[in-house]
Design a binder for this molecule. Structure first.
Ligand code: SF4
Length: 410
């Protein structure tokens, strides 16, 4: 039987939805900035000693027993031992939308990181319960922009430049930042629609404040034809310099980065091409600008999956993204040569915190009628965040390319 501290389902229904903090979490107080501060209770001792086979058995048994009432979501960057138990595999937005479409599923177990579970909670219905198997599974990039720092930046930027600024947050951010955008005429973007979203933003304001990823911001500026001279970095640790550079800026990018994608270099691309002449290099747009420019193509995880699929037998593909996804693609397409640009293993260390033992523990508790590790965004935050997310969905569905939008407002 499962053990550990818990709340009963009855108790959950009686109480309001509390904020649950972890890395990348939201709320009306400052969230913890490090994984060590997250409130993950120790995994009960018995789970530490279960064999992989026993963990698989327990997870399988719980999934079978809970049936349609449960949906398990697996992000592309999860390890294989988790992915094999997922009902759906995808990127964060796709998974949240899939979960929202499964209204019969009372429980959504999100094997990803904290901001993804928050988005699933925002997009799902009131009676659906979202859980993250390990609360310390955050995102180091999302943690680089806290709500207090963004509020301080906003005050200083609008004081200097006026209110003609549109805030745009990447999907990889806490719900509180999505809510900030919803409340201030802003919007959310993903790595696949960032160009169209920036085009939309320039229809509504002269400047854009983009957070938390500097590289996605710079790479998107290139895609929409914005001059890099009009891009400046907002570094919350260097406020005076950041303020000075504002006057000429049209795009203000937050000084944040993904620790996985920042590892890729131009030298690695040159090495791959030297070893495999004719190799096609595809990288994620969270990579540095010079890396994206040196690659043959760049795009979201879904884009990378589709590009590998489309490449055809015999092709050689050097990929700049998280290693679990690259290894899975290499195993799925043995007729292609697929390898990671970084010769040293580059997993997302926070994604890796979702171990099968945590998944088994969460599901065993559900079998016993207990919910553990619930991710619940308070209703005010969820309401404004939904506005920003809905704007994104509407813009993505609208006709017109980002360049066309830019041309129209230039
Ligand atoms: S790969 Fe990078 S952006 Fe994605 S969850 Fe990990 S740290 Fe965050």
């Amino acid at each position: 039987m499962a053990s550990g501290s818990f709340v009963s389902l009855d108790e959950l229904q009686r109480t309001s939805r509390p904020s649950t903090y972890g890395p990348g979490a939201s709320g009306d107080v400052r969230p913890p900035r490090s994984a060590a501060m997250a409130r993950q209770q120790p995994l009960p001792e018995e789970y530490r000693h279960l064999s992989p086979e026993e963990l698989d058995r327990r997870i399988g048994e719980a999934r079978a027993a809970l049936g349609q009432r449960l949906v398990v979501l697996g992000h592309h960057y999860q390890r294989d031992e988790i992915v094999k138990h997922a009902d759906f595999l995808g990127d964060s937005l796709k998974l949240s939308q899939l979960a929202a479409g499964r209204r019969e599923a009372q429980y959504i177990v999100f094997c990803g990181v904290h901001f993804m579970a928050e988005s699933a909670d925002i997009l799902s219905s009131e009676d659906q319960i979202v859980m993250l198997p390990n609360l310390t599974a955050g995102c180091s990039m999302a943690d680089m922009a806290s709500l207090p720092d963004v509020l301080a930046a906003w005050d200083q930027i609008t004081a200097r430049c006026g209110v003609d600024v549109i805030p745009v947050t990447y999907m990889n951010s806490a719900a509180a930042l999505k809510a900030f955008c919803g409340e201030h005429g802003g919007i959310v973007c993903t790595s696949s629609n960032a160009a169209g979203i920036l085009g939309w933003a320039y229809e509504h304001g002269r400047r854009v404040l983009f957070f938390p990823d500097e590289h996605l911001g710079r790479n998107t500026a290139d895609r929409i034809g914005l001059d890099q001279a009009e891009v400046t970095v907002w570094d919350p640790r260097r406020l005076a310099e950041s303020r000075e550079a504002l006057d000429a800026a049209r795009l203000i990018v937050w000084k944040g980065f993904c620790s996985v994608h920042e590892r890729f270099t131009v030298a690695q691309i040159a090495g791959a091409r030297a070893d495999y002449p004719g190799a096609v290099v595809i990288v994620h747009p969270e990579c540095r600008r010079e890396v994206v420019q040196a690659a043959d193509a760049s795009g979201s995880t879904e884009f990378i999956v589709e590009a590998v699929e489309a490449a055809g037998p015999g092709s050689v593909l050097a990929i700049g993204t998280e290693i679990n996804l690259v290894n899975r693609l290499a195993a799925a397409y043995p007729d292609r040569t697929i390898f990671c640009l970084d010769p040293i293993v580059c997993p997302c260390s926070t994604m890796y915190r979702i171990h099968p033992a945590y998944l088994a523990w969460v599901l065993d508790n559900l079998m016993d009628g207990r919910v553990v590790n619930r991710i619940a965004v308070d209703s005010r935050t969820a309401g404004f965040a939904r506005i920003a997310l809905q704007r994104m969905l509407d813009v993505s569905a609208a006709p017109g390319t980002a360049r066309e939008r830019m041309a129209a407002v230039a």
